[in-house]
Design a protein around this ligand. Structure first.
Ligand code: FES
Ligand SMILES: [Fe+2]
Length: 345
């Protein structure tokens, strides 16, 4: 679908308001500050003495120095240039040359840490309690062990990359899966949608006959898509599910920056630790399989679903779900106002 003002899907400068991955937790030690560019906006992101992560607009309200050049002090940050200090709320709390504070403020953004990643809430309104961080539905309340897989850049939009895992037809043509995948779509909440394989056919293929005893019902393969940008994959036999999270974000020019995160339930003790290392390694191999075969097509695709057929229904569903969510503009993160007459049907 080509980008248009009233369609967020595959739009190069407009995207869904939501939680976006920023950088791995371990890359931001207490007392350190980093410069990041996230969805067109430059930020200084630091970890204060209390361990809290603070994300604020990059430029000092005095003269515009990048605050990542400064120093973390307690839970605040001091600008390198003339030493003005801002607290974790972005309020100026000290101007040394004046001996007092000034009523100026740097814009700050909500942050959270999950699955070994720092996430930033991108949008004008607060996430509140109804916009959770992305999770795999089976792991909603579960403590997890995690490992990072590949970090990648793709020459297409995150929305388009997400389509790959629900493009039922391509599993047969590209990945030679001897099974017709049929998805059932369900809204998990206002920000996430799930697609679950419901087909039980394929028994004429030896591979399916071989794995069938591992499944009480249909072969488990389900996706959960958050904010049009982060996708979780759940698959594997009934006794052992693998979970892979693809954290994506829009990059300049309608491209994708992504980080694969492998997840498994926390298991206790030393044995649990060893088992989980093995499971995460296995999950990585599963993830590699996903990445194989399609790579080239995402370097050259000009996505435009001009001629949808029945097998493309899940893709149409995702396009609709993305377009229904609140959108924000690249760089400003201000809400996109869509004239009512142009709302997608
Ligand atoms: S530019 Fe930051 S204190 Fe002057
Ligand atoms: Fe694929």
């Amino acid at each position: 679908m080509p980008a248009s003002a009233d369609s967020t899907f595959n739009h190069p400068t407009q995207f869904v308001q939501g939680w976006y991955w920023a950088l791995p937790c371990k890359d931001l030690a207490v007392g350190r500050v980093k410069a990041i560019s996230l969805l067109g906006r430059n930020l200084a992101i630091y970890r204060g003495a209390s361990g809290q992560v603070v994300a604020m607009d990059a430029y000092c309200p005095h003269m515009g120095a990048h605050l990542a050049e400064g120093k973390v002090e307690g839970d605040g940050i001091r600008c390198f240039f003339h030493n003005w200090k801002y607290d974790a709320g972005g309020n100026c709390v000290e101007v040394p040359s004046l001996g007092r504070a000034l009523p100026v403020r740097v814009r700050t953004w909500h942050t959270a840490e999950k699955y070994g990643m720092i996430w930033v809430w991108v949008g004008q309104t607060d996430p509140g309690s109804t916009a959770p961080l992305p999770f795999a539905p089976e792991l909603e309340q579960v403590e997890c062990d995690t490992a990072f897989g590949a970090r990648f850049v793709k020459n297409c939009h995150p929305n388009v990359l997400l389509i790959n895992a629900i493009d039922a037809h391509h599993f047969n043509t590209v990945h030679h899966l001897p099974l017709e995948i049929v998805f059932e779509r369900q809204a998990l909440n206002a920000h996430a949608v799930t697609f679950r394989n419901t087909t039980r056919g394929g028994d004429d293929a030896w591979l399916i006959r071989l794995i069938r005893p591992l499944y009480r019902q249909e072969v488990t393969y389900s996706l959960c898509y958050w904010y049009g940008s982060t996708g979780t994959v759940t698959l594997g036999p009934d006794f052992l599910h693998f979970y892979i999270l693809f954290a994506l974000r829009l990059a300049e020019g309608g491209k994708t920056e992504g980080q694969t995160i492998l997840l498994t339930r926390q298991r206790s003790g030393c044995l649990g630790w060893v088992i989980n290392r093995g499971l995460l390694w296995l999950t990585q191999q599963v993830g590699n399989y996903f990445a194989k075969g399609d790579t080239q097509v995402f370097q050259t695709i000009q996505f435009d679903l001009k001629t949808p057929i029945k097998a493309d229904q899940s893709i149409l569903d995702l396009i609709q779900q993305v377009n229904q969510q609140t959108a924000v503009h690249w760089g400003t993160w201000e809400t996109v106002i869509i004239p009512e007459r142009n709302l997608p049907t």
